[in-house]
Ligand binder design. Structure first.
Ligand code: AMP
Length: 279
C-alpha cells in the first residue's frame, strides 16, 4: 500500500495504470475510518484493479462556525485499517496542495443542493463538489463509491457527473449502522455516553415512520409529527430538519405515492447527526 501526498504523483500513477487498461476504483473519505467506510473500500477492491482511498479533511466544505479544527484525525489507525483490505494507494494531500495560493474555482450543482442540508450549510455542497471534481481529475477513476448515509451528497455527485459529462460510474452503498441502529459516522466520537444513547433515537424515528407508511399513512404531516415527537422525547436533541422528499430530485412531497426519502438532521448536544431511510 502506497501513501501519496503529491497530486502530480497520484495522477502519474493513475495515467500509467490506465495505459495498461487497469480499472481504477476510488473511495473519497475524510478519514477517521469506520466500518461504513471500509464497506465502500471492499466494494471498490472487489470491482477494480487499482483501489485508491483518499483521506482529506476538506476545509472548503466546513462553514466558519463548524468543526474543521476538531474533526477527528488518526492517520496511523486509518492506514492500519486499510492495509488488510488490499488497498493499493492512499491519497492524502496537504490542503495547500489542493488549494494553492490564488485558488478560486468553485463547482456548484444548483437545485438539488438547495433543500435539506444545503439550506443550513451553504458552504457544504459547493465545497464537496469542488473537491470531488478535483479528486476525480487527479485520481482518474472509472468507479467512485459513496455512502447513502449522505444521500443528498450522493445525489449531488451523480448530478455533477451527469451534467459535466464525467466518464465515471458513481455507486451508492447502504448505510452501515451500530447495533442500536445509529448510522456510523466519524462524528459519533463527539458524543458522550448519555448523548450516544440519545443518538439511537434517529434510527428509531425512521423505523417508526416507515411503519406508519406500511400501515397506509400517506400524509407527510402525521408522519413527520410522530418523528419529531419521538426525537423530542430524548434529552439534548434539537431537530434541524425532518423532511419527506422525492429520492430523485429531493423536493418535498405532499403525498406519499411511492418510494420516498425521509431525511433527518438532528443536533444531539453540539453534535449534528444526519440519517435517512426510504419509506
Ligand atoms: P466522510 O469521511 O464522512 O466524508 O465519508 C466518506 C464516505 O463514506 C462518504 O461517501 C459517506 O457517505 C460514506 N459513509 C459515511 N458513513 C457511512 C456509513 N455509516 N455507512 C456507509 N457509508 C458511509
Amino acid at each position: 500500500m502506497e501513501v501519496l501526498r503529491d497530486p502530480r504523483q497520484m495522477t502519474t500513477l493513475a495515467r500509467e495504470r490506465r495505459r495498461r487498461d487497469k480499472k481504477i476504483g476510488f473511495v473519497p473519505t475524510m478519514g477517521y475510518l469506520h466500518e461504513g467506510h471500509l464497506d465502500l473500500v471492499k466494494f471498490a477492491r472487489a470491482n477494480s484493479d487499482l483501489t485508491v482511498v483518499s483521506i482529506f479533511v476538506n476545509p472548503k466544505q466546513f462553514g466558519p462556525l463548524e468543526d474543521l479544527a476538531q474533526y477527528p484525525r488518526d492517520m496511523d489507525r486509518d492506514l492500519e485499517l486499510l492495509r488488510p483490505l488490499g488497498v493499493d494507494v492512499v491519497f492524502n494531500p496537504e490542503p495547500a496542495a489542493m488549494y494553492p495560493k490564488g485558488f478560486q474555482a468553485k463547482v456548484e450543482v444548483a437545485e438539488i443542493t438547495k433543500g435539506l442540508c444545503g439550506a443550513f450549510r451553504p458552504d457544504f455542497f459547493p465545497g464537496v463538489t469542488t473537491v470531488v471534481l478535483k479528486l476525480f481529475n487527479i485520481i482518474l477513476p472509472h468507479l467512485a463509491i459513496f455512502g447513502e448515509k449522505d444521500f443528498q451528497q450522493l445525489a449531488t455527485i451523480k448530478r455533477m457527473v451527469l451534467d459535466l459529462n464525467l466518464d465515471i460510474e458513481v455507486i451508492g452503498r447502504p448505510t452501515f449502522r451500530e447495533p442500536d441502529g445509529l448510522a456510523m459516522s466519524s462524528r459519533n466520537t463527539y458524543l458522550n455516553p448519555e448523548q450516544r444513547k440519545t443518538a439511537g433515537s434517529l434510527h428509531q424515528a425512521l423505523n417508526l415512520a416507515r411503519d406508519l407508511v406500511r400501515r397506509g399513512e400517506t400524509k407527510p404531516e402525521p408522519i413527520l409529527a410522530a418523528v419529531r415527537r419521538h426525537i423530542d422525547g430524548f434529552p439534548e436533541t434539537e431537530i434541524q430538519y425532518a423532511a419527506l422528499v422525492d429520492p430523485l430530485d429531493l423536493k418535498e412531497v405532499d403525498r406519499i405515492k411511492g418510494p420516498t426519502l425521509l431525511a433527518l438532521a438532528v443536533f444531539v448536544g453540539k453534535t449534528r447527526l444526519i440519517d435517512n431511510m426510504i419509506v
